[in-house]
Design a protein around this ligand. Structure first.
Ligand code: PEP
Length: 241
C-alpha cells in the first residue's frame, strides 16, 4: 500500500527533525508492505531528498508547469526541475489548484510533461459537495478522467487519487458503500493498464480502520495528518493491524 504525504504549503527547515521518527519506522519491520512518499513544498524537496538518502522513502512535488523547458514563467517550476531535485512523483490536478482555475486541459498538458520527465503522476480527481448533492459524481469523475488523461502515454505509471472536494480538510469521509461504488466506477474506466487507486480526504489514525476495509484501494493521499509524524506512522501501522 502507498501512503503519500501531501504537506501543502506547510513546513520549514526545522520540519526535517520531525522526520527522524518516520525514517526509523521506514527501516523497521513494522512498516510491512507500506511505501512512503513525501510531497513537501518545493523549497523542501532537496533537503527532504538528502534526509531520505539512506532509506526507501520517496519524494514528490505538489504541482508542475506544463512546459518541459526552462522559460520565462515567474513563480513556477517544471517537471524536469522536480526530477532534477530528487522527486520521482508529482501530484497534479489537486482540487486546491483546480479551484484557482486549473482546467482539465491544463492538467492534461502537465501530466504529459511530467511523464516525459519520467515522473510518476498522482492525478487528483473528485466532485464538489454541490456536484455530489446534484447526483453528478460519476459524470464529473468521467469527465476528469477522460480529459486529464487524453492521449497520455499508456505505459506511464499513474496513480489516481479520488479526493472528494467536500472531504478535504473537513473531517468528513464518504460512507463505505458509496466509496466502494465510486472506486469500482473509477476502475471501470480503465481497460488496459490499471492505475493504482488511492483515496484522499481527511484520512486520520481513527478513520483508517474504516478506510482500510475499502476494496481495491492501493493506498492513501494524506494531507493534514501527514504533517505529524506520529499520526502518519499510526495510519500506516493501523492499515496493517
Ligand atoms: C489533500 O489535500 O490531498 C488531503 C487529502 O488533505 P486532508 O487529508 O487534510 O483532507
Amino acid at each position: 500500500m502507498y501512503f503519500i504525504a501531501n504537506w501543502k504549503m506547510y513546513g520549514n527547515i526545522k520540519s526535517l527533525n520531525t522526520l527522524n521518527k518516520v525514517i526509523k519506522f521506514s527501516k523497521s519491520k513494522e512498516i510491512k508492505k507500506g511505501r512512503l512518499i513525501y510531497c513537501p513544498p518545493f523549497t523542501l524537496i532537496i533537503p527532504f531528498f538528502k534526509k531520505f538518502q539512506n532509506c526507501l522513502i520517496d519524494i514528490g512535488g505538489q504541482n508542475c508547469h506544463e512546459n518541459d523547458d526552462y522559460g520565462p514563467h515567474t513563480g513556477f517550476i517544471n517537471s524536469k526541475m522536480l526530477k532534477n531535485s530528487g522527486a520521482n512523483y508529482v501530484i497534479i490536478g489537486h482540487s486546491e489548484n483546480r479551484e484557482k482555475g486549473e482546467t482539465n486541459k491544463l492538467i492534461n498538458q502537465k501530466i504529459k510533461s511530467a511523464i516525459r520527465a519520467k515522473l510518476k503522476v498522482i492525478l487528483c480527481i473528485g466532485e464538489t459537495l454541490e456536484e455530489k448533492n446534484k447526483g453528478k459524481t460519476k459524470l464529473i469523475l468521467s469527465k476528469q478522467i477522460k480529459l486529464c488523461l487524453d492521449k497520455i502515454n499508456k505505459k506511464a505509471t499513474l496513480f489516481i487519487a479520488y479526493e472528494p472536494v467536500w472531504s478535504i480538510g473537513t473531517g468528513k469521509i464518504p460512507k463505505t458503500k458509496e466509496l466502494e461504488n465510486t472506486i469500482r466506477f473509477i476502475k471501470s474506466k480503465f481497460k488496459k493498464k490499471m492505475p493504482k487507486i488511492l483515496y484522499g480526504g481527511s484520512v486520520n489514525p481513527k478513520n483508517i480502520y474504516n478506510l482500510k476495509m475499502i476494496k481495491d484501494l492501493d493506498g492513501f493521499l494524506i494531507g493534514g495528518a501527514s504533517q505529524n509524524s506520529k499520526n502518519f506512522i499510526d495510519i500506516v501501522k493501523k492499515t496493517y493491524n
